[in-house]
Design a protein. Sequence first.
Length: 149
Amino acid sequence: MNRSLWRSELTVWYGLSVLWFMLAAVLIDWTSGVFFLLQGLVATLILDWTNYVQHYGLRRSADATGRYEPVQSHHAWTIDCRISNLALFNLLRHGDHHARPLVPYHHLSFTTVPRYPYPFGLVLLLALVPPLFRRITHPRLDRLAVGGD
């Protein structure tokens, strides 16, 4: 991209992470540094796990030139669970976030397709058992492919 490594936003964020790690390890003790690294690992795993569940099996179409269609609300799973949405700041209205990325989280709307039938916590646990997760999601994916839900 013809940009200096020092002007990269990633360099800044990685640098801040290293700084926080060093502050924890030096100012408190080495176990604080280990804790910082472990909580970062757990946070990354949970983020990837959530991203996997929210986009599982959904694809964007490409035209003849290889350009993909714009991201729309049907490119992310949604869950209409009031308690989960309150606790997770409408994270489960992810499809509407795809369609309208600049809308604040508290103004996101519930989209009906595609939709998981269970609360988010249960869906996350089901994703840890692939045969059960596929049993829930694949029939819904098949219905989406033929134009229904």
